[in-house]
Write a protein that binds this ligand. Structure first.
Ligand SMILES: Nc1ncnc2c1ncn2[C@@H]1O[C@H](COP(=O)(O)OP(=O)(O)OP(=O)(O)O)[C@@H](O)[C@H]1O
Ligand SMILES: [Mg+2]
Length: 254
């Protein structure tokens, strides 16, 4: 089986990378999980997963005569992690379309693929993870602009046949009932979790350790585990899914 999720938001800085790593670790209790830094222009998953010093990354895969994705895959915290590098020149050399083959290759060998996606919908890099994914997890902050941007991602995803797995309302403080109700009303799929604003999230990031390893018992970790528990996985046939990734038509950004 395999299912691919894009973790996306529209707005920047809502917690996509944090959520990708946390959901990955929570799902790794039950599944074989691979997380991929598909934000190839502004990669920072490496800083969340203790991989800041690795030499080979997704950028080395997404070029002519690139290395196989296995060479850029690292076992960390019970998951397979494919980080991306931070060099501008390497980003410019990488060809976005190659993400299709990367995802297809990974699909052969994992149960769950989580694609940490870029903010906005402004480039091929940004739309590809959403178009390739079976389902999209939309990460929102409890603000109207974040919801508005998330809705554009939803509309785009649905128009290309990707479903909405649900939303994560991240960095909440106090009572968020009215904004949570808005999210529930406007988004397809359930609110997977409400994740509180938490110092542990920031400290974990600066230590280069995923939240669920750094502070497994804090309320934010519990919320991410709840979200993972609500993502009941569908049973995609690995070969068929890989073929779909490989042959996906890449639309122009809106
Ligand atoms: N629940 C939270 N509580 C406190 N800080 C948080 C929380 N979630 C995320 N952050 C912090 O917010 C910042 C942005 O988080 P993150 O990098 O996960 O967002 P992103 O959506 O991936 O950003 P970008 O659009 O730049 O890729 C980080 O410093 C992170 O530590
Ligand atoms: Mg990010």
């Amino acid at each position: 089986m395999v299912e691919a999720f894009a973790v996306a938001s529209g707005k920047g800085g809502t917690g996509k990378t944090t959520s990708t790593v946390a959901l990955g670790m929570a799902l790794a209790d039950r599944y074989d999980v691979t997380i991929v830094d598909a934000d190839t222009g502004m990669a920072n998953l490496l800083f969340h997963a203790g991989l800041a010093d690795v030499e080979t990354t997704l950028h080395d895969v997404m070029v002519d005569d690139g290395v196989p994705v296995e060479s850029a895959t690292y076992d960390r915290f019970g998951m397979s992690v494919v980080p991306c590098g931070t060099s501008l020149a390497a980003f410019e050399a990488a060809e976005p379309e190659r993400l299709r083959d990367v995802v297809a290759d990974l699909a052969a060998d994992t149960d769950v693929l989580l694609l940490d996606s870029p903010a906005t919908l402004g480039s091929k890099n940004a739309v590809l993870p959403i178009v390739l994914a079976d389902r999209v997890v939309v990460v929102l902050n409890p603000t109207i602009p974040a919801i508005s941007d998330g809705l554009k991602v939803q509309e785009y995803a649905l128009s290309y046949g990707s479903e909405i797995a649900g939303t994560i309302l991240n960095r909440t403080r106090g009572d968020v009932e009215s904004i949570a109700a808005k999210a529930d009303r406007y988004f397809e799929g359930p609110t997977l979790a409400t994740v509180p604003e938490s110092d542990a999230v920031q400290t974990a990031r600066s230590e280069g350790v995923p939240l669920l390893a750094y502070a497994p018992d804090c309320p934010a970790s519990a919320a991410f585990r709840t979200a993972a528990g609500r993502l009941s996985l569908k049973d995609g046939d690995s070969d068929a899914v890989a073929e779909r990734f490989r042959t996906a038509v890449i639309p122009d950004p809106p």
